[in-house]
Design a protein around this ligand. Structure first.
Ligand SMILES: CC(C)(COP(=O)(O)OP(=O)(O)OC[C@H]1O[C@@H](n2cnc3c(N)ncnc32)[C@H](O)[C@@H]1OP(=O)(O)O)[C@@H](O)C(=O)NCCC(=O)NCCS
Length: 341
């Protein structure tokens, strides 16, 4: 018998509601991924929900049963590009599972997405490296299957413990520098320098379609410096720190970029995008910018204990780069998708 569930939208300025939302979300994420659960902290979540964004309309939902919080959900509607798409999330703490709560949340959020004219629904779910590679038997995978979501792209979640031996970095840098003679690099902590940000926006906006995308129904987004600055404002509000490195051609064009962000709250570092422009591929620039960025990160105090990264499991080149740096797989993330028309 499904539990009668009430679903309400969270007011991001209602502290109690956001706290309750986050505790349900965090308990569900930790249940499945243990120490490798990559989740936003409570305050990062609050800042994100409260941000007025020109890029994405973010909404959060709380499920209660008999006055108790039993689950939480989220919906993100892209406002500029990909207006056919809705990203959603459903999280139910282990104590409340298999009573229809996830289904009630999902159906509610799917109905909101439909009322906003969204026809492709996207979500993700993770399982540990010790589970079967295809996720069989894992709660998120089985729930997705039950509700008609396919795996559009399979990702590996990998972890690199820090510090990496400086000699390993230098050795790999020598090798990549030889293959990428003629390019220079530039690194910084904090916002992207003004003179580089337009080119950074071009590379960053092409990441979603230039990196392997499997069956994901994504359109290329238009580069916009304002979007980069908006993301940096959120990073600053959340107290996170961003490390960026670019490779430059001899005439000053940005050929490759990479970014790592440290969470002040959980102390971990997260690899964000890395991309080499098409015409500059084949010079080990991906490895080189990652190494330069890592070298800068290793000078940071306090040093994060580890970096997490997610890569398409078909992205053999990037995975080989990561392996050489010492990344080890700790889990898998499935990018789920359902088309409603
Ligand atoms: C996935 C999740 C939301 C399911 O929540 P839930 O409240 O247990 O889901 P429901 O009770 O509505 O389950 C609906 C159906 O999904 C399937 N299902 C859910 N969990 C399952 C499991 N552990 N094993 C097998 N099937 C499962 C079943 O078909 C189930 O129906 P049944 O119980 O009648 O057999 C919850 O396990 C969770 O929070 N996981 C972590 C976050 C996540 O991966 N979210 C999914 C992507 S957004």
């Amino acid at each position: 018998m499904p539990t009668p569930v009430e679903i309400t939208r969270v007011d991001p300025f209602d502290d109690d509601a956001v706290n309750a939302w986050w505790h349900a979300y965090a308990a569900a994420k930790t249940a499945d991924m243990g120490e490798h659960a990559t989740r936003w902290s409570l305050e990062e979540t609050r800042s994100e929900l409260q941000q007025h964004s020109e890029v994405v309309d973010r909404r959060a939902y709380l499920a209660t049963a008999g006055g108790r919080v039993v689950g939480s959900g989220s919906l993100a509607l892209m406002l500029k590009d990909n207006r056919h798409l809705a990203r959603l999330g459903v999280t139910v703490p282990p104590a409340h599972r298999r009573r229809g709560i996830g289904t009630a949340l999902l159906q509610h959020i799917e109905a909101v997405a439909a009322s906003e004219g969204r026809t492709t629904l996207a979500a993700d779910t993770s399982w540990p490296a010790s589970a079967p590679a295809d996720g069989s038997g894992q709660p998120g995978r089985e729930f997705a299957r039950r509700h008609g979501y396919d795996i559009a792209l399979g990702d590996l979640q990998s972890r690199l413990r820090l510090p990496v031996d400086d000699r390993v970095i230098s050795e790999l840098l020598d090798e990549s520098a030889a293959a990428s003679a003629g390019y220079s690099t530039r690194s910084w902590v904090g916002p992207v320098p003004d003179e580089l940000v337009a080119a950074w926006a071009v590379l960053d906006s092409s990441l979603d379609t230039e990196a392997p995308t499997g069956d994901l129904d994504l359109e290329a987004t238009a580069p916009d410096v304002a979007d980069i600055r908006e993301s940096e404002e959120l990073i600053a509000t959340q107290g996170r720190t961003s490390f960026g490195t670019v490779a430059l051609t001899s005439d000053g064009q940005v050929a490759a970029y990479t970014q790592i962000v440290i969470s002040r709250d959980d102390g971990n570092a997260f690899q964000w995008g890395t991309l080499v422009r098409r015409e500059d591929r084949g010079h080990r620039l991906g490895l080189r910018v990652k190494l330069e960025n890592l070298r800068m990160l290793q000078r940071h105090t306090p040093l994060p204990p580890q970096i997490y990264t997610f890569n398409a499991d078909s992205n053999t080149h990037m995975l080989a780069v990561n392996r050489r740096l010492g990344f080890e797989p700790v889990g898998r993330m499935a990018e789920l998708q359902k088309r409603t028309v």
